[in-house]
Design a binder for this molecule. Structure first.
Ligand code: MG
Ligand code: MG
Length: 262
């Protein structure tokens, strides 16, 4: 079932979204060569506690993971792309790091992810990869207009991938959210215009294009969570929580001074 949100409820999700964006801005700035992933996880826990927010990940135990997760942020390095379980790993210059973070505040969830290249000396192909997921996210948001169809959003995202030569995995994509992190509908990162459900004001979605420089298939780490590209190629992931309003799409996971999330 899809629950449309009132303007007041969307404003509440935007409060959560601003906090999520702030945390991602702080942690992506801290993600420098020599920093251990567990430092980022512990800082995220402190920020969640200080804000009185509830992590959506801590007790997360979906069918595909070896739950509960017992961390508050997903940190995926290089070929790891989704559900990266924080571990003792010291970041190096040129690492491609995705940070994916979702919390609930006063009962309302927001979910966002950013990918950054750590330090100096980024591989131009990694920069292009990260840029492509950001452009795809912007294209998906722009297509999320009342009167449109869900397939318009998926198509807009998928076309950016295809034009840049990347392959899209249809197993994991965006989703509805609000009172919980994952609600209907599923939002594939590829689709056909004019197809799928009608987009109406009050629909809240997490759009999250992700792909790798090579394979669209995934392998699961021994930790039971971390998903990697099957061919070991580097990956990127960009995600915003948005609301469809009668005036158009509204990005809920943003704050002042966060170029990473735009
Ligand atoms: Mg997320
Ligand atoms: Mg999500």
């Amino acid at each position: 079932m899809i629950e449309l949100k009132s303007a007041d409820e969307i404003d509440k999700m935007a409060v959560t979204g601003e906090f999520v964006a702030q945390v991602l801005a702080i942690l992506s700035d801290e993600a420098r060569p020599g920093v251990d992933l567990m430092q980022l996880e512990l800082h995220a826990r402190q920020l969640v506690a200080d804000r009185g927010a509830t992590s959506c990940y801590w007790d997360y135990a979906p069918s595909f993971g070896r739950g509960p997760f017992r961390n508050v942020i997903c940190l995926s390095v290089n070929d790891a792309v989704l559900h990266g379980k924080p571990r003792a790993y010291v970041l190096r210059a040129g690492d491609v790091l995705s940070l994916d973070f979702a919390v609930s505040i006063d009962g309302w969830v927001a979910d966002s992810a950013v990918t950054v290249v750590v330090g100096d000396g980024a591989d131009p192909a990694d920069r292009a990869l990260v840029d492509s997921t950001r452009r795809a996210l912007a294209a998906g948001v722009a297509a999320a207009v009342p009167g449109g169809r869900l397939g318009d959003v998926s198509a807009a995202i998928g076309e950016v991938a295809a034009d840049a030569g990347y392959r899209v995995n249809l197993e994991f994509g965006g989703h509805g959210l609000g009172r919980t992190m994952h609600e209907d509908p599923h939002v594939p990162n590829r689709g056909r215009r004019g197809r799928g459900m009608l987009l109406r004001p009050g629909l809240t979605l997490a759009l999250e294009p992700w792909w790798s420089r090579g394979s669209d298939r995934l392998t699961l780490d021994a930790d039971g969570w971390t998903l990697r590209s099957a061919d070991g190629s580097n990956t990127a992931h960009s995600e915003h929580t948005i609301a469809i309003t009668e005036h158009g799409p509204r990005i809920l996971t943003q704050c002042a001074g966060t170029p990473q999330t735009e």
